[in-house]
Design a binder for this molecule. Structure first.
Ligand SMILES: Cc1cc2nc3c(=O)[nH]c(=O)nc-3n(C[C@H](O)[C@H](O)[C@H](O)COP(=O)(O)O)c2cc1C
Length: 368
């Protein structure tokens, strides 16, 4: 199918404007999600072998997950498992429904296997997502792999009111997901990244963790909460985030979101696309996000688990993140440029590279 994706599906998709192609693909996947036959066919074609790992206090069938932003509204929840993903992160979702930025707002840089986007958290709001997730559960189509939710801030909510905005979404969705990612690093909501500052982040995490303990009450465990960081932060700012994350008993850090930086020396077509405002993902982000994973792993001394995301296009790329300290990895742009068989390729490749070693022993093996 990789050949089929590269030579048939991808050329067809790439004749369409990026977001149109994304929406049509997701609509098709949403339909496939409802069909037992199509789910089974997807599973048989993708054929991802098991590579179980334990992380964040959860069990994962394999360490390769779907990154946030692909299925913001939980439209195709069952299909991600059928494709062989070891976990999925839905959202970003905000408390208030919002349309996002004006279109066009997503651009492909094909020669560099990169995307530039300024979506701006287009989504139907947390209450609608919660309802949709309950619907999947009622249909008996909830995946067996862990499902996370990426939480963003509503554009209309002023920064000082951010904790309440995140808390509303968290409370509404708490019952529905296995873990939560606090996204304070999207470059496409004005001033959102200021919430990565120590005091602002501390206040948000304090509120969420207090509610987390309350909702878990006596007989259930609090849900793992992670924070997602921008690759454009300084090492000092990242160190502060590690301190805050530890102080608030977070389970881990997702590194990283898209970057505002642009590669030098690109061809004229790429250079033109790179002038678009927004966050860059895909191949050019790979190295920087691996550096972040390594830094965060070292600083947190194994007390936080790192989810590595950014420019993963192959098993080698995923392995690089794991040796740098990632316990789990995620893909977004790689799926666009290489298709769904990338998950199988990565899991098989990791299996070979592990060659019998324990997961815990390879995570961070080259971080020092
Ligand atoms: C179109 C698009 C939308 C995204 N939306 C979100 C989002 O809502 N929340 C978030 O935390 N990250 C979002 N991301 C970032 C991805 O989750 C990921 O961190 C980033 O793309 C780097 O991974 P990649 O190089 O594999 O694409 C988005 C990325 C893209 C390309």
């Amino acid at each position: 199918m990789s050949w089929l994706y590269r030579h048939v599906a991808r050329p067809l998709l790439f004749t369409q404007e990026s977001e149109v192609a994304h929406d049509r693909t997701l609509a098709a996947l949403a339909l496939a999600s409802r069909s037992r036959f199509l789910r089974g066919l997807t599973e048989a074609l993708c054929d991802v072998p098991p590579l179980p790992v334990a992380a964040l206090g959860l069990r994962f069938p394999n360490p390769v997950g779907l990154a946030a932003g692909m299925d913001k509204q939980g439209l195709a929840v069952p299909i991600w498992q059928a494709m062989g993903f070891g976990f999925s992160e839905l959202g970003g979702v905000t408390w208030h429904a919002q349309p996002g930025n004006p279109k066009p707002r997503m651009f492909r840089v094909v020669a560099e296997e990169a995307l530039v986007n300024r979506m701006g958290f287009n989504n139907g709001g947390a209450p609608v997502l919660a309802q949709r997730l309950r619907h999947w559960k009622n249909l008996g189509l909830w995946p067996i792999h862990p499902v996370g939710i990426n939480l963003g801030k509503s554009k209309i909510t002023p920064l000082p009111a951010a904790p309440g905005d995140y808390l509303s979404s968290f409370s509404e969705l708490w019952e529905e997901a296995d873990f939560f990612v606090v996204n304070v690093s999207s470059p496409n909501t004005p001033n959102l990244r200021q919430l990565q500052d120590r005091d602002a982040l501390s206040e948000i995490l304090f509120c969420l963790q207090e509610r987390n303990r309350l909702l878990a009450a006596e007989y259930r465990k609090p849900k793992p909460v992670l924070v997602k960081v921008a690759p454009d932060l300084s090492w000092e700012a990242l160190d502060e985030i590690v301190e805050v994350a530890l102080a608030h008993s977070l389970a881990g850090i997702v590194a990283s979101n898209t970057t505002l930086a642009r590669p030098l020396n690109s061809d004229p077509v790429a250079t033109q696309l790179y002038r678009e405002v927004g966050g860059l993902s895909g191949r050019p982000l790979r190295q920087r996000s691996t550096e972040l994973v390594r830094h965060l792993y070292r600083r947190s001394e194994g007390k936080l688990q790192i989810v590595g995301v950014g420019g993963i296009n192959s098993a080698d790329d995923a392995w690089e993140k794991i040796l740098a300290g990632a316990s789990l990895v995620q893909i977004y742009s790689g799926l666009v440029f290489h298709g769904p068989l990338l998950v199988r390729e990565i899991v098989l490749g990791l299996h070979d590279r592990l060659s019998g070693a324990k997961w815990e022993d390879v995570v961070g093996a080259e971080a020092h």
